[in-house]
Design a protein around this ligand. Structure first.
Ligand SMILES: [Zn+2]
Length: 480
């Protein structure tokens, strides 16, 4: 391999997008193949769920840029097609050099004015790698240039910044805050998935983020989907080896020059910075985010999926909600949950209400119900992830038979029995009495909730009451 060919990498043709094909093969492919053959691709299959969102959004940006006026008729025409028609992608051929990652000419998402500036470790691109001087990580990487990332992994890191960029006073967040969460509809193949996630496009400027380093005055959907919160320049290591991220052997990039890029924009009439027309962003007045790592497992297992379900549940296509756990400038975790497809909003709300009542209900079974009983709280927290998974599974059943009361009993009876079994004290007789009392109280609680849900809603006008503010997710404290 000659140095010049080793340092050529085209996003259009070289393999970098990790996909799972419908024939079961896991491969990396370039942009052209991803679009032209998208009917044969089951899904984008990056190991980090954040990349799956970033790649769908980037491919949408490329598709909209190539074919701005995608009509309803065009979309119907594509149902069952092998991929995007080649004639739609004329702009890709026209602007082929804009998709070169390396080389001396203009580079993809890079700003030549940063060339020669003080370099940073290439690991800055991927949140999985520790920062320069952090030691509190599972894996400590020595930033002495002894390792590098392959071009494909570098592109993944660069595009992830378009969706999630950590922010501080030196670096802006991306088009949405770094802690934002997204919901992506997943269909049978990549082509249908792209069509299911298309944003409402009013007008495009044609000046896509890969054609200019200048922040757009009035960004269109393409610019928003492929935002550039960082200016950067990749430095090649001029050596080959295994990529520190994916392990593939090839040319390595060892460092990059990095600076603040396009500033996050605020919407009209509000101070929060996010793209309010974002088709994938989970917003509830403001962007939804995951609980911090210090929150309990009960909070983690319930709050995010319930918020996502309230906002995007009950859709025909499978919807996956993905978001990171962010602490200031550090991405600590990323999670992906399937949102139940059934429109069982009432049952989801009922299960939340029932779950909230369990702690006080179980305290009433003890000889001293006025006390806090941290052991009951701990047991409930421990068992909540399983109960929440059961709620999601039952909501996902297309024809779940039975009444609301049966649905609630099915989930919470075993949970109540387990909590009593591990917290009740005294003789076997006392324990059995505690169990029976707890089940009787649960049955009473479930009946009350089911009866309340069965009553016709009282309109706000008739009662003169103001409508209750929708609950924003489930709260951490007392959550079980
Ligand atoms: Zn790699």
């Amino acid at each position: 391999m000659t140095p010049s060919s080793a340092l050529a990498f085209s996003l259009l043709f070289d393999p970098w997008i990790p996909v799972l094909r419908r024939d079961g093969q896991a491969r990396r492919i370039g942009i052209r193949e991803a679009l032209l053959d998208s009917g044969s691709v089951r899904q984008i299959a990056a190991s980090n769920p954040m990349d799956n969102v970033a790649l769908v959004r980037f491919l949408l940006a490329v598709l909209i840029w190539c074919k701005p006026n995608l009509s309803e008729h065009d979309c119907q025409h594509l149902d069952g097609a092998v991929g995007v028609p080649e004639e739609w992608l004329a702009k890709l051929s026209e602007h082929e050099p804009a998709f070169n990652l390396l080389g001396d000419a203009a580079r993809f998402y890079q700003d030549a004015s940063l060339r020669g500036k003080e370099p940073r470790p290439i690991a800055d691109l991927l949140a999985e790698f520790p920062g320069a001087d952090s030691i509190n990580h599972m894996r400590h990487v020595v930033h002495d240039g002894s390792y590098g990332l392959c071009p494909a992994c570098c592109v993944l890191g660069m595009l992830r910044l378009s969706v999630w960029a950590p922010a501080n006073r030196f670096y802006p967040a991306s088009v949405n805050p770094g802690s934002a969460a997204y919901a992506i509809a997943e269909r049978d193949n990549l082509l249908l998935t792209l069509l299911a996630n298309l944003p409402q496009v009013t007008a495009t400027t044609g000046l896509a983020p890969w054609l200019t380093n200048t922040p757009p005055e009035s960004p269109d959907a393409v610019a928003n989907l492929a935002w550039r919160p960082r200016r950067m320049w990749l430095n090649a290591a001029h050596k080959e080896g295994p990529c520190a991220n994916c392990g593939r052997f090839g040319v390595l990039l060892a460092s990059l020059c990095n600076a603040d890029g396009w500033p996050t924009r605020t919407g009209e009439g509000r101070t929060k910075k996010f793209w309010d027309a974002d088709p994938h962003l989970l917003t509830d007045g403001e962007p939804v985010s995951l609980p911090g790592l210090a929150a309990s497992v009960a909070s983690h297992s319930s709050r995010f999926w319930r918020a996502a379900y309230r906002l995007r549940g009950g859709q025909a296509a499978k919807v996956v909600a993905i978001g990171p756990v962010v602490n200031k400038f550090v991405f600590q975790d990323a999670t992906s949950v399937s949102i139940p497809s059934a429109s069982g909003r009432t049952r989801a709300d009922l299960s939340g209400e029932c779950s909230d009542k369990l702690r006080s209900l179980l305290r009433r079974v003890t000889p001293n119900p006025g006390r806090q009983h941290p052991e009951i709280h701990a047991a409930l927290v421990l068992m909540t992830p399983h109960a929440e998974a059961r709620v999601r599974a039952l909501l996902d059943e297309p024809d779940s038979a039975g009444t609301d009361a049966e649905f609630l009993n099915d989930i919470y009876q075993p949970l109540v029995e387990q909590v009593v079994a591990c917290t009740a004290c005294g003789s076997p007789l006392r324990r059995r009495a505690a169990r029976n009392k707890a089940l009787a109280l649960l049955s009473q609680c479930v009946r009350g909730l089911a009866d309340k849900a069965a009553q016709p809603p009282v309109s706000a006008d008739a009662s003169g009451a103001t409508p209750a503010k929708p609950k924003r997710g489930r709260k951490t404290k007392g959550q079980a």
